[in-house]
Design a binder for this molecule. Sequence first.
Ligand SMILES: *[C@@H]1O[C@H](CO)[C@@H](O)[C@H](O)[C@H]1NC(C)=O
Ligand SMILES: *[C@@H]1O[C@H](CO)[C@@H](O)[C@H](O)[C@H]1NC(C)=O
Ligand SMILES: *[C@@H]1O[C@H](CO)[C@@H](O)[C@H](O)[C@H]1NC(C)=O
Ligand SMILES: *[C@@H]1O[C@H](CO)[C@@H](O)[C@H](O)[C@H]1NC(C)=O
Ligand SMILES: *[C@@H]1O[C@H](CO)[C@@H](O)[C@H](O)[C@H]1NC(C)=O
Ligand SMILES: *[C@@H]1O[C@H](CO)[C@@H](O)[C@H](O)[C@H]1NC(C)=O
Ligand SMILES: *[C@@H]1O[C@H](CO)[C@@H](O)[C@H](O)[C@H]1NC(C)=O
Ligand SMILES: *[C@@H]1O[C@H](CO)[C@@H](O)[C@H](O)[C@H]1NC(C)=O
Ligand SMILES: *[C@@H]1O[C@H](CO)[C@@H](O)[C@H](O)[C@H]1NC(C)=O
Length: 380
Amino acid sequence: MFKRYQGGLKRAAAAALLGAPLVKAANTFNVSTKSSLAPYLAGFSSSSDPSAPATNAALKIVVPVQAGDEQTFSEVLVDTGSAILWVGALDAYQPGQYTQVTNDTFSVGYGVGGVNGTAYNDRVTVGSATVNSQIIGSADYMYGFTLEKPIDGILGLGPSGSNQGEVSGSNTTSTFVENLVSEGTIDEPVFGIYVGPLDDNAESVGQITFGGIDESKINGDLVWLNQTPPYNLHWEFNVSSFSWGNLTASGPLYGRTDTGVLPVTVPFDQFFDMLDMIQGAAIDDSSLLNGCITFPGNATTDELPPLEIGLGSLLFNITADQYIVPKTLYPSLNITDDGMTHTWIGSGGPSALTLGQKFLEHAYSAYDMDNHLIGFAHLA
Ligand SMILES: *[C@@H]1O[C@H](CO)[C@@H](O)[C@H](O)[C@H]1NC(C)=O
Ligand SMILES: *[C@@H]1O[C@H](CO)[C@@H](O)[C@H](O)[C@H]1NC(C)=O
Ligand SMILES: *[C@@H]1O[C@H](CO)[C@@H](O)[C@H](O)[C@H]1NC(C)=O
Ligand SMILES: *[C@@H]1O[C@H](CO)[C@@H](O)[C@H](O)[C@H]1NC(C)=O
Ligand SMILES: *[C@@H]1O[C@H](CO)[C@@H](O)[C@H](O)[C@H]1NC(C)=O
Ligand SMILES: *[C@@H]1O[C@H](CO)[C@@H](O)[C@H](O)[C@H]1NC(C)=O
Ligand SMILES: *[C@@H]1O[C@H](CO)[C@@H](O)[C@H](O)[C@H]1NC(C)=O
Ligand SMILES: *[C@@H]1O[C@H](CO)[C@@H](O)[C@H](O)[C@H]1NC(C)=O
Ligand SMILES: *[C@@H]1O[C@H](CO)[C@@H](O)[C@H](O)[C@H]1NC(C)=O
Protein backbone atom coordinates (compact mmCIF):
# COMPACT_ATOMS: atom_id res chain seq x y z
CA MET A 1 0.00 0.00 0.00
CA PHE A 2 1.41 3.32 -0.96
CA LYS A 3 0.55 6.75 0.20
CA ARG A 4 -0.73 9.36 -2.16
CA TYR A 5 1.79 9.96 -4.86
CA GLN A 6 3.76 13.00 -3.86
CA GLY A 7 6.73 13.37 -6.11
CA GLY A 8 8.44 12.23 -9.26
CA LEU A 9 9.21 8.53 -9.24
CA LYS A 10 12.90 8.18 -9.21
CA ARG A 11 14.49 6.13 -11.95
CA ALA A 12 16.91 4.30 -9.82
CA ALA A 13 19.44 2.28 -11.69
CA ALA A 14 21.51 -0.81 -11.15
CA ALA A 15 22.01 -2.22 -7.72
CA ALA A 16 24.36 -1.06 -5.11
CA LEU A 17 25.34 -3.35 -2.35
CA LEU A 18 26.69 -2.20 0.91
CA GLY A 19 28.50 -4.67 3.06
CA ALA A 20 27.08 -3.42 6.33
CA PRO A 21 27.40 -5.80 9.25
CA LEU A 22 24.43 -7.69 10.59
CA VAL A 23 22.65 -5.60 13.15
CA LYS A 24 22.84 -7.21 16.54
CA ALA A 25 21.07 -4.85 18.84
CA ALA A 26 20.95 -5.77 22.48
CA ASN A 27 17.29 -4.91 22.85
CA THR A 28 14.87 -6.30 20.36
CA PHE A 29 11.16 -6.92 20.47
CA ASN A 30 9.30 -9.54 18.49
CA VAL A 31 5.72 -8.73 17.60
CA SER A 32 3.49 -11.32 15.98
CA THR A 33 1.44 -10.21 13.05
CA LYS A 34 -1.54 -11.87 11.50
CA SER A 35 -2.58 -11.56 7.92
CA SER A 36 -5.66 -12.15 5.89
CA LEU A 37 -6.95 -11.21 2.49
CA ALA A 38 -8.56 -7.82 2.26
CA PRO A 39 -10.20 -7.67 -1.11
CA TYR A 40 -11.02 -4.01 -1.06
CA LEU A 41 -7.88 -2.69 0.56
CA ALA A 42 -6.46 -1.61 -2.76
CA GLY A 43 -8.65 1.45 -2.33
CA PHE A 44 -5.64 2.76 -0.46
CA SER A 45 -3.43 2.58 -3.50
CA SER A 46 -3.26 5.56 -5.71
CA SER A 47 -4.22 5.30 -9.33
CA SER A 48 -1.79 8.14 -9.95
CA ASP A 49 1.10 6.12 -8.60
CA PRO A 50 2.38 4.27 -11.65
CA SER A 51 4.05 1.64 -9.55
CA ALA A 52 0.96 0.83 -7.49
CA PRO A 53 -0.27 -2.63 -8.43
CA ALA A 54 -3.61 -2.67 -10.18
CA THR A 55 -5.00 -5.75 -8.56
CA ASN A 56 -7.83 -5.62 -6.06
CA ALA A 57 -6.64 -8.27 -3.68
CA ALA A 58 -4.46 -7.01 -0.91
CA LEU A 59 -2.99 -8.52 2.14
CA LYS A 60 -3.96 -7.08 5.45
CA ILE A 61 -1.17 -7.53 7.99
CA VAL A 62 -2.28 -6.42 11.42
CA VAL A 63 -0.84 -6.00 14.91
CA PRO A 64 -2.57 -5.12 18.17
CA VAL A 65 -1.90 -1.61 19.48
CA GLN A 66 -2.65 -0.49 23.06
CA ALA A 67 -3.29 3.17 23.67
CA GLY A 68 -5.89 5.63 24.96
CA ASP A 69 -8.07 4.66 27.88
CA GLU A 70 -6.61 1.15 28.35
CA GLN A 71 -7.87 0.30 24.89
CA THR A 72 -6.57 -2.44 22.61
CA PHE A 73 -6.96 -1.82 18.92
CA SER A 74 -6.46 -5.30 17.56
CA GLU A 75 -6.72 -4.70 13.84
CA VAL A 76 -4.06 -2.08 13.17
CA LEU A 77 -2.61 -2.41 9.71
CA VAL A 78 1.16 -2.53 9.35
CA ASP A 79 2.30 -0.35 6.48
CA THR A 80 5.85 0.29 5.30
CA GLY A 81 4.50 2.88 2.86
CA SER A 82 3.35 5.49 5.40
CA ALA A 83 4.75 6.88 8.64
CA ILE A 84 1.92 7.95 10.95
CA LEU A 85 0.20 5.95 13.68
CA TRP A 86 -3.53 6.40 13.95
CA VAL A 87 -6.37 4.37 15.45
CA GLY A 88 -10.05 4.67 16.22
CA ALA A 89 -11.66 3.69 12.93
CA LEU A 90 -13.59 0.82 14.52
CA ASP A 91 -13.86 1.75 18.19
CA ALA A 92 -13.39 5.41 18.95
CA TYR A 93 -10.17 6.39 20.66
CA GLN A 94 -10.77 7.63 24.22
CA PRO A 95 -8.09 9.76 25.87
CA GLY A 96 -6.69 7.93 28.90
CA GLN A 97 -4.43 8.59 31.87
CA TYR A 98 -1.31 9.01 29.71
CA THR A 99 -2.97 11.05 26.98
CA GLN A 100 -1.77 14.60 26.44
CA VAL A 101 -3.87 17.02 24.45
CA THR A 102 -1.84 18.72 21.72
CA ASN A 103 -4.48 20.87 20.00
CA ASP A 104 -3.17 19.49 16.71
CA THR A 105 -4.97 17.63 13.98
CA PHE A 106 -3.69 15.00 11.59
CA SER A 107 -4.61 14.21 8.03
CA VAL A 108 -3.23 11.49 5.73
CA GLY A 109 -4.12 10.67 2.15
CA TYR A 110 -3.63 7.10 0.96
CA GLY A 111 -4.60 7.57 -2.66
CA VAL A 112 -8.33 7.40 -3.16
CA GLY A 113 -8.92 7.23 0.59
CA GLY A 114 -7.82 9.09 3.62
CA VAL A 115 -8.30 9.80 7.26
CA ASN A 116 -8.14 12.82 9.53
CA GLY A 117 -8.88 13.75 13.11
CA THR A 118 -7.33 14.82 16.38
CA ALA A 119 -3.67 14.25 17.18
CA TYR A 120 -2.76 13.32 20.76
CA ASN A 121 0.43 12.42 22.52
CA ASP A 122 0.06 9.09 24.29
CA ARG A 123 1.72 6.01 25.66
CA VAL A 124 1.50 3.37 22.95
CA THR A 125 2.33 -0.33 23.11
CA VAL A 126 2.78 -2.59 20.10
CA GLY A 127 3.35 -6.19 21.15
CA SER A 128 5.66 -5.70 24.14
CA ALA A 129 7.35 -2.55 22.82
CA THR A 130 6.16 0.64 24.50
CA VAL A 131 6.70 4.28 23.55
CA ASN A 132 5.78 6.72 26.34
CA SER A 133 5.36 9.75 24.15
CA GLN A 134 4.00 9.02 20.70
CA ILE A 135 1.90 11.19 18.42
CA ILE A 136 -1.23 9.18 17.73
CA GLY A 137 -4.07 10.16 15.48
CA SER A 138 -7.63 9.58 16.61
CA ALA A 139 -9.72 9.06 13.49
CA ASP A 140 -12.73 11.35 13.29
CA TYR A 141 -13.28 11.17 9.61
CA MET A 142 -12.36 8.45 7.13
CA TYR A 143 -13.23 8.50 3.49
CA GLY A 144 -12.76 6.53 0.32
CA PHE A 145 -11.78 3.11 1.58
CA THR A 146 -14.33 0.41 1.94
CA LEU A 147 -12.80 -2.56 3.66
CA GLU A 148 -14.43 -5.93 3.82
CA LYS A 149 -13.46 -6.16 7.43
CA PRO A 150 -12.87 -2.77 8.97
CA ILE A 151 -9.47 -1.87 10.34
CA ASP A 152 -8.78 -0.05 13.58
CA GLY A 153 -5.97 2.09 12.21
CA ILE A 154 -2.55 2.06 10.60
CA LEU A 155 0.94 1.71 12.07
CA GLY A 156 3.27 3.43 9.62
CA LEU A 157 6.77 1.97 9.35
CA GLY A 158 7.87 4.25 6.52
CA PRO A 159 11.16 6.12 6.42
CA SER A 160 11.93 9.01 8.75
CA GLY A 161 10.52 12.28 7.51
CA SER A 162 8.03 10.64 5.14
CA ASN A 163 5.06 12.00 7.11
CA GLN A 164 5.68 15.63 6.22
CA GLY A 165 2.65 17.89 6.65
CA GLU A 166 0.48 15.19 8.21
CA VAL A 167 0.25 16.63 11.74
CA SER A 168 -0.62 20.30 12.14
CA GLY A 169 1.99 22.36 13.91
CA SER A 170 4.84 20.04 12.90
CA ASN A 171 6.72 19.63 9.69
CA THR A 172 7.35 15.95 10.35
CA THR A 173 6.76 13.81 13.43
CA SER A 174 8.78 10.94 14.89
CA THR A 175 7.59 7.50 13.93
CA PHE A 176 6.97 4.73 16.44
CA VAL A 177 10.34 3.14 15.60
CA GLU A 178 12.21 6.44 16.00
CA ASN A 179 10.58 6.98 19.39
CA LEU A 180 11.58 3.49 20.54
CA VAL A 181 15.15 4.64 19.88
CA SER A 182 14.88 8.11 21.37
CA GLU A 183 13.37 6.66 24.56
CA GLY A 184 16.18 4.10 24.76
CA THR A 185 13.93 1.07 24.31
CA ILE A 186 15.83 -0.18 21.28
CA ASP A 187 19.34 0.78 20.24
CA GLU A 188 18.94 1.27 16.51
CA PRO A 189 16.03 2.36 14.31
CA VAL A 190 16.07 -1.00 12.58
CA PHE A 191 13.30 -3.50 12.10
CA GLY A 192 12.87 -6.81 10.32
CA ILE A 193 9.75 -8.29 8.78
CA TYR A 194 8.85 -11.91 8.23
CA VAL A 195 5.65 -12.55 6.26
CA GLY A 196 4.34 -16.08 6.59
CA PRO A 197 2.81 -18.01 3.70
CA LEU A 198 -0.96 -17.95 3.22
CA ASP A 199 -2.72 -21.07 4.36
CA ASP A 200 -5.81 -22.56 2.70
CA ASN A 201 -8.00 -20.11 4.61
CA ALA A 202 -6.00 -17.28 3.08
CA GLU A 203 -4.49 -16.36 6.45
CA SER A 204 -0.94 -16.27 7.70
CA VAL A 205 1.14 -15.43 10.73
CA GLY A 206 4.26 -13.31 10.57
CA GLN A 207 6.57 -11.29 12.75
CA ILE A 208 8.06 -7.84 13.04
CA THR A 209 11.22 -7.43 15.07
CA PHE A 210 11.88 -3.93 16.38
CA GLY A 211 15.50 -3.04 17.08
CA GLY A 212 17.17 -5.64 14.90
CA ILE A 213 16.57 -8.74 12.86
CA ASP A 214 15.52 -12.20 13.96
CA GLU A 215 18.47 -14.30 12.89
CA SER A 216 16.54 -17.50 13.51
CA LYS A 217 14.39 -16.59 10.50
CA ILE A 218 17.23 -16.23 8.01
CA ASN A 219 19.62 -18.46 6.15
CA GLY A 220 23.00 -17.06 5.14
CA ASP A 221 23.83 -13.40 5.14
CA LEU A 222 21.49 -10.49 5.21
CA VAL A 223 22.49 -8.22 2.34
CA TRP A 224 21.92 -4.50 2.73
CA LEU A 225 21.03 -2.29 -0.26
CA ASN A 226 21.23 1.48 -0.29
CA GLN A 227 17.88 3.19 -0.17
CA THR A 228 17.36 5.36 -3.25
CA PRO A 229 17.30 9.05 -2.31
CA PRO A 230 15.40 11.14 -1.38
CA TYR A 231 15.29 9.16 1.85
CA ASN A 232 12.12 10.73 3.20
CA LEU A 233 9.69 9.20 0.71
CA HIS A 234 9.74 5.43 0.27
CA TRP A 235 11.76 2.35 1.06
CA GLU A 236 12.96 2.17 -2.54
CA PHE A 237 16.11 0.48 -3.83
CA ASN A 238 17.88 -0.66 -6.98
CA VAL A 239 17.09 -4.18 -8.15
CA SER A 240 20.15 -5.79 -9.70
CA SER A 241 18.48 -8.19 -12.10
CA PHE A 242 15.19 -9.58 -13.27
CA SER A 243 14.65 -12.53 -15.57
CA TRP A 244 12.05 -15.09 -16.50
CA GLY A 245 13.45 -17.86 -18.68
CA ASN A 246 15.17 -16.16 -21.56
CA LEU A 247 13.44 -12.85 -20.89
CA THR A 248 15.61 -10.40 -19.04
CA ALA A 249 15.31 -6.76 -18.19
CA SER A 250 18.15 -4.55 -19.21
CA GLY A 251 18.86 -1.16 -17.76
CA PRO A 252 18.14 0.22 -14.35
CA LEU A 253 15.40 -1.36 -12.28
CA TYR A 254 14.05 -0.20 -8.99
CA GLY A 255 11.94 -1.93 -6.42
CA ARG A 256 9.88 -1.47 -3.30
CA THR A 257 8.68 -3.96 -0.77
CA ASP A 258 5.01 -3.72 0.06
CA THR A 259 3.57 -5.69 2.92
CA GLY A 260 0.12 -4.56 1.81
CA VAL A 261 -0.15 -6.26 -1.57
CA LEU A 262 -0.26 -9.88 -2.65
CA PRO A 263 1.36 -10.15 -6.08
CA VAL A 264 4.86 -9.63 -7.31
CA THR A 265 4.65 -6.97 -9.95
CA VAL A 266 7.25 -7.11 -12.68
CA PRO A 267 8.45 -4.30 -14.94
CA PHE A 268 5.88 -3.24 -17.48
CA ASP A 269 7.83 -4.25 -20.60
CA GLN A 270 8.64 -7.70 -19.26
CA PHE A 271 5.02 -8.18 -18.21
CA PHE A 272 3.89 -7.76 -21.81
CA ASP A 273 6.78 -9.90 -23.09
CA MET A 274 5.62 -12.68 -20.76
CA LEU A 275 2.12 -12.43 -22.21
CA ASP A 276 3.53 -12.55 -25.74
CA MET A 277 5.79 -15.47 -25.03
CA ILE A 278 3.04 -17.94 -24.12
CA GLN A 279 0.32 -18.40 -26.67
CA GLY A 280 -3.07 -17.94 -25.04
CA ALA A 281 -1.76 -16.01 -22.04
CA ALA A 282 -4.13 -13.27 -20.90
CA ILE A 283 -4.70 -10.68 -18.21
CA ASP A 284 -7.15 -11.64 -15.47
CA ASP A 285 -10.04 -9.22 -15.61
CA SER A 286 -12.70 -10.91 -13.51
CA SER A 287 -11.31 -12.02 -10.18
CA LEU A 288 -9.74 -10.16 -7.28
CA LEU A 289 -6.41 -10.81 -8.99
CA ASN A 290 -7.44 -8.69 -11.92
CA GLY A 291 -4.41 -7.32 -13.69
CA CYS A 292 -2.40 -10.49 -13.03
CA ILE A 293 -1.26 -12.88 -15.77
CA THR A 294 -3.16 -16.06 -16.55
CA PHE A 295 -1.54 -18.77 -18.66
CA PRO A 296 -3.44 -21.36 -20.68
CA GLY A 297 -3.85 -24.67 -18.86
CA ASN A 298 -1.72 -26.40 -21.51
CA ALA A 299 1.37 -24.31 -20.69
CA THR A 300 4.00 -26.70 -19.38
CA THR A 301 6.20 -25.94 -16.41
CA ASP A 302 9.16 -25.87 -18.81
CA GLU A 303 7.50 -22.91 -20.40
CA LEU A 304 6.87 -21.37 -16.99
CA PRO A 305 10.36 -20.78 -15.61
CA PRO A 306 11.07 -19.18 -12.24
CA LEU A 307 10.99 -15.45 -11.77
CA GLU A 308 14.56 -14.63 -10.84
CA ILE A 309 15.03 -11.42 -8.91
CA GLY A 310 18.51 -10.27 -8.00
CA LEU A 311 18.90 -8.10 -4.90
CA GLY A 312 22.51 -7.20 -4.35
CA SER A 313 24.42 -10.46 -4.33
CA LEU A 314 21.33 -12.54 -3.56
CA LEU A 315 19.20 -14.24 -6.17
CA PHE A 316 15.61 -15.05 -5.31
CA ASN A 317 13.88 -17.63 -7.49
CA ILE A 318 10.12 -17.58 -7.36
CA THR A 319 9.24 -20.85 -9.06
CA ALA A 320 6.11 -21.55 -11.10
CA ASP A 321 4.72 -23.58 -8.20
CA GLN A 322 5.12 -20.49 -6.04
CA TYR A 323 3.63 -17.97 -8.45
CA ILE A 324 0.71 -20.13 -9.54
CA VAL A 325 -2.40 -19.56 -7.40
CA PRO A 326 -3.46 -22.79 -5.67
CA LYS A 327 -7.02 -23.80 -6.47
CA THR A 328 -7.84 -23.93 -2.76
CA LEU A 329 -7.62 -20.12 -2.77
CA TYR A 330 -9.92 -19.63 -5.74
CA PRO A 331 -13.03 -19.01 -3.62
CA SER A 332 -11.24 -16.40 -1.46
CA LEU A 333 -10.06 -14.61 -4.58
CA ASN A 334 -13.31 -14.91 -6.50
CA ILE A 335 -11.57 -16.87 -9.25
CA THR A 336 -13.83 -18.98 -11.41
CA ASP A 337 -12.04 -22.13 -12.51
CA ASP A 338 -11.83 -21.34 -16.20
CA GLY A 339 -9.09 -23.85 -16.97
CA MET A 340 -6.48 -21.11 -17.01
CA THR A 341 -3.46 -21.12 -14.74
CA HIS A 342 -3.84 -18.05 -12.53
CA THR A 343 -0.73 -16.35 -11.19
CA TRP A 344 0.36 -13.81 -8.60
CA ILE A 345 2.27 -11.86 -11.28
CA GLY A 346 1.11 -8.36 -12.04
CA SER A 347 2.53 -5.42 -13.88
CA GLY A 348 4.67 -2.86 -12.08
CA GLY A 349 5.66 0.54 -13.33
CA PRO A 350 8.20 1.22 -16.05
CA SER A 351 11.37 -0.51 -14.82
CA ALA A 352 9.72 -1.04 -11.43
CA LEU A 353 9.02 -4.11 -9.33
CA THR A 354 6.78 -4.33 -6.29
CA LEU A 355 7.79 -7.12 -3.99
CA GLY A 356 4.50 -7.98 -2.33
CA GLN A 357 3.54 -10.89 -0.13
CA LYS A 358 4.26 -13.51 -2.79
CA PHE A 359 7.85 -12.37 -2.79
CA LEU A 360 8.09 -11.61 0.91
CA GLU A 361 6.97 -15.16 1.77
CA HIS A 362 10.34 -16.24 0.38
CA ALA A 363 12.57 -13.54 1.81
CA TYR A 364 13.27 -11.75 5.08
CA SER A 365 13.35 -7.97 4.73
CA ALA A 366 14.91 -5.42 7.05
CA TYR A 367 14.92 -1.64 7.25
CA ASP A 368 17.58 0.63 8.71
CA MET A 369 16.25 4.17 9.11
CA ASP A 370 19.50 5.88 10.14
CA ASN A 371 21.72 4.37 7.50
CA HIS A 372 19.06 4.37 4.76
CA LEU A 373 19.38 0.68 3.99
CA ILE A 374 16.98 -2.08 3.04
CA GLY A 375 18.16 -5.61 3.75
CA PHE A 376 17.23 -8.99 2.33
CA ALA A 377 18.03 -12.55 3.26
CA HIS A 378 16.91 -16.00 2.26
CA LEU A 379 14.58 -17.57 4.80
CA ALA A 380 15.82 -20.24 7.15
C1 LIG B 1 21.11 2.97 -8.43
O1 LIG B 1 21.70 2.75 -9.69
C2 LIG B 1 22.09 3.93 -10.34
C3 LIG B 1 22.58 3.61 -11.75
O2 LIG B 1 23.34 2.47 -11.79
C4 LIG B 1 23.18 4.61 -9.54
O3 LIG B 1 23.54 5.81 -10.17
C5 LIG B 1 22.61 4.90 -8.19
O4 LIG B 1 23.63 5.46 -7.39
C6 LIG B 1 22.09 3.65 -7.54
N1 LIG B 1 21.41 4.03 -6.31
C7 LIG B 1 21.66 3.46 -5.17
C8 LIG B 1 20.89 3.97 -4.02
O5 LIG B 1 22.45 2.56 -5.04
C1 LIG C 1 12.44 -13.33 18.81
O1 LIG C 1 12.08 -14.59 18.26
C2 LIG C 1 13.18 -15.44 17.99
C3 LIG C 1 12.64 -16.71 17.42
O2 LIG C 1 11.82 -16.45 16.35
C4 LIG C 1 13.98 -15.71 19.24
O3 LIG C 1 15.13 -16.44 18.91
C5 LIG C 1 14.39 -14.41 19.88
O4 LIG C 1 15.03 -14.67 21.10
C6 LIG C 1 13.19 -13.53 20.12
N1 LIG C 1 13.62 -12.27 20.64
C7 LIG C 1 12.99 -11.69 21.65
C8 LIG C 1 13.56 -10.40 22.11
O5 LIG C 1 12.03 -12.17 22.16
C1 LIG D 1 -4.65 23.85 23.84
O1 LIG D 1 -5.57 24.89 23.74
C2 LIG D 1 -6.07 25.30 25.01
C3 LIG D 1 -7.20 26.29 24.78
O2 LIG D 1 -6.85 27.20 23.77
C4 LIG D 1 -4.93 25.89 25.82
O3 LIG D 1 -5.40 26.24 27.09
C5 LIG D 1 -3.85 24.83 25.97
O4 LIG D 1 -2.72 25.38 26.62
C6 LIG D 1 -3.42 24.29 24.63
N1 LIG D 1 -2.55 23.15 24.83
C7 LIG D 1 -1.43 22.99 24.15
C8 LIG D 1 -0.63 21.76 24.48
O5 LIG D 1 -1.05 23.75 23.28
C1 LIG E 1 -11.43 16.00 7.54
O1 LIG E 1 -11.83 15.99 6.18
C2 LIG E 1 -13.13 16.51 5.99
C3 LIG E 1 -13.48 16.33 4.52
O2 LIG E 1 -12.50 16.84 3.71
C4 LIG E 1 -13.17 17.97 6.42
O3 LIG E 1 -14.49 18.45 6.30
C5 LIG E 1 -12.72 18.08 7.87
O4 LIG E 1 -12.62 19.43 8.22
C6 LIG E 1 -11.39 17.43 8.05
N1 LIG E 1 -11.04 17.44 9.46
C7 LIG E 1 -9.81 17.66 9.88
C8 LIG E 1 -9.60 17.60 11.35
O5 LIG E 1 -8.88 17.91 9.12
C1 LIG F 1 10.26 19.36 6.47
O1 LIG F 1 10.35 17.96 6.21
C2 LIG F 1 10.90 17.65 4.95
C3 LIG F 1 10.76 16.16 4.75
O2 LIG F 1 11.39 15.41 5.73
C4 LIG F 1 12.33 18.15 4.88
O3 LIG F 1 12.84 17.88 3.60
C5 LIG F 1 12.35 19.64 5.13
O4 LIG F 1 13.68 20.09 5.19
C6 LIG F 1 11.64 19.98 6.43
N1 LIG F 1 11.49 21.42 6.54
C7 LIG F 1 11.80 22.06 7.64
C8 LIG F 1 11.54 23.52 7.61
O5 LIG F 1 12.28 21.50 8.62
C1 LIG G 1 12.55 -17.91 -25.28
O1 LIG G 1 11.80 -18.93 -24.65
C2 LIG G 1 10.59 -19.20 -25.30
C3 LIG G 1 9.81 -20.18 -24.43
O2 LIG G 1 10.61 -21.22 -24.01
C4 LIG G 1 10.85 -19.72 -26.71
O3 LIG G 1 9.64 -19.94 -27.35
C5 LIG G 1 11.65 -18.68 -27.47
O4 LIG G 1 12.02 -19.18 -28.73
C6 LIG G 1 12.88 -18.28 -26.72
N1 LIG G 1 13.48 -17.14 -27.38
C7 LIG G 1 14.76 -17.05 -27.60
C8 LIG G 1 15.22 -15.80 -28.28
O5 LIG G 1 15.55 -17.91 -27.24
C1 LIG H 1 -2.59 -23.77 -25.50
O1 LIG H 1 -3.86 -23.15 -25.37
C2 LIG H 1 -3.92 -21.87 -25.95
C3 LIG H 1 -5.25 -21.26 -25.59
O2 LIG H 1 -6.26 -22.19 -25.69
C4 LIG H 1 -3.69 -21.97 -27.45
O3 LIG H 1 -3.75 -20.68 -28.03
C5 LIG H 1 -2.34 -22.59 -27.71
O4 LIG H 1 -2.12 -22.80 -29.06
C6 LIG H 1 -2.19 -23.92 -26.97
N1 LIG H 1 -0.81 -24.32 -27.04
C7 LIG H 1 -0.44 -25.54 -27.35
C8 LIG H 1 1.03 -25.81 -27.35
O5 LIG H 1 -1.26 -26.39 -27.61
C1 LIG I 1 17.04 -20.35 -10.06
O1 LIG I 1 16.45 -21.02 -11.14
C2 LIG I 1 17.33 -21.20 -12.24
C3 LIG I 1 16.54 -21.71 -13.40
O2 LIG I 1 15.72 -22.78 -13.03
C4 LIG I 1 18.44 -22.12 -11.84
O3 LIG I 1 19.34 -22.27 -12.91
C5 LIG I 1 19.15 -21.50 -10.65
O4 LIG I 1 20.13 -22.39 -10.18
C6 LIG I 1 18.20 -21.18 -9.55
N1 LIG I 1 18.89 -20.41 -8.56
C7 LIG I 1 18.71 -20.57 -7.25
C8 LIG I 1 19.47 -19.63 -6.37
O5 LIG I 1 17.94 -21.39 -6.79
C1 LIG J 1 -17.19 -12.16 -5.76
O1 LIG J 1 -18.09 -12.58 -6.76
C2 LIG J 1 -19.45 -12.49 -6.36
C3 LIG J 1 -20.30 -13.11 -7.44
O2 LIG J 1 -19.85 -12.70 -8.71
C4 LIG J 1 -19.80 -11.03 -6.11
O3 LIG J 1 -21.12 -10.92 -5.68
C5 LIG J 1 -18.89 -10.52 -5.00
O4 LIG J 1 -19.10 -9.14 -4.80
C6 LIG J 1 -17.44 -10.72 -5.40
N1 LIG J 1 -16.61 -10.37 -4.26
C7 LIG J 1 -15.73 -9.43 -4.33
C8 LIG J 1 -14.99 -9.18 -3.05
O5 LIG J 1 -15.50 -8.77 -5.34
